[in-house]
Structures are given as C-alpha cells and as structure tokens.
Design a protein around this ligand. Structure first.
Ligand code: ZN
Length: 101
C-alpha cells in the first residue's frame, strides 16, 4: 500500500516537472508516445504515413501525411485550443484502401 502511494506521488511530481520544464529526452519520449498512438490509429484506418517533425521553443510536433492527403499531427505542447493528436488520418478510412473503408 505504501509503495503504491509513493509511486503515485513520484509520477505526479515527474509529470509536473516535465510540464513546467521538459528535458529534451522527456519531450522526445512524449513525441514518440503520441506518434505511436497516431500510427496505430491511422494504420487501422488504412493510411500509410510519411512523417516530418519540427520544433518550436522546446516543444516538438510531427505531422504524418498519407498518399490520399489525410494527415495527423502530434504536438508535445498543444495550444490551449488544440489537442495533442488530431487530424483526418485518425478519424476516417483511407479511400486508397477500399478493402478497409
Ligand atoms: Zn490514406
């Protein structure tokens, strides 16, 4: 019981530290985590993504685009009016793979 409480507190402390002053390693891990989720969702919808990444003031973003034009964007520090994973490639099926749509 004690261990569970301690681990929960450490996770909360780390989460706060990463949010307030993310290290490059933590940011890369977060981007990798987001991209893994995005690839899984897009692949299930038949999309095959080509990725490009960029950085802005310590935050990283990646955009995967399918041949059909659908895209998904992952952001480690999304704007208040944005989300960390979003785009048509994780919402609709690929029209180029008719067997999946
Ligand atoms: Zn597609």
């Amino acid at each position: 019981m004690y261990t569970v409480v301690w681990e929960t507190n450490i996770a909360a402390v780390l989460e706060t530290a990463i949010r307030e002053k993310p290290t490059r390693e933590a940011t890369e891990l977060e981007l990798t985590r987001l991209m893994t989720i995005a690839v899984d969702a897009a692949t299930k919808r038949g999309h095959a993504l080509l990725w490009e990444s960029w950085t802005n003031d310590g935050a990283w973003a990646s955009r995967g685009t399918c041949e059909c034009g659908a895209w998904v964007q992952c952001e480690t520090r999304p704007a208040p009016n944005s989300i960390d994973i979003g785009g048509p490639a994780v919402a609709v099926g690929c029209p180029l793979r008719k067997d999946l749509s």
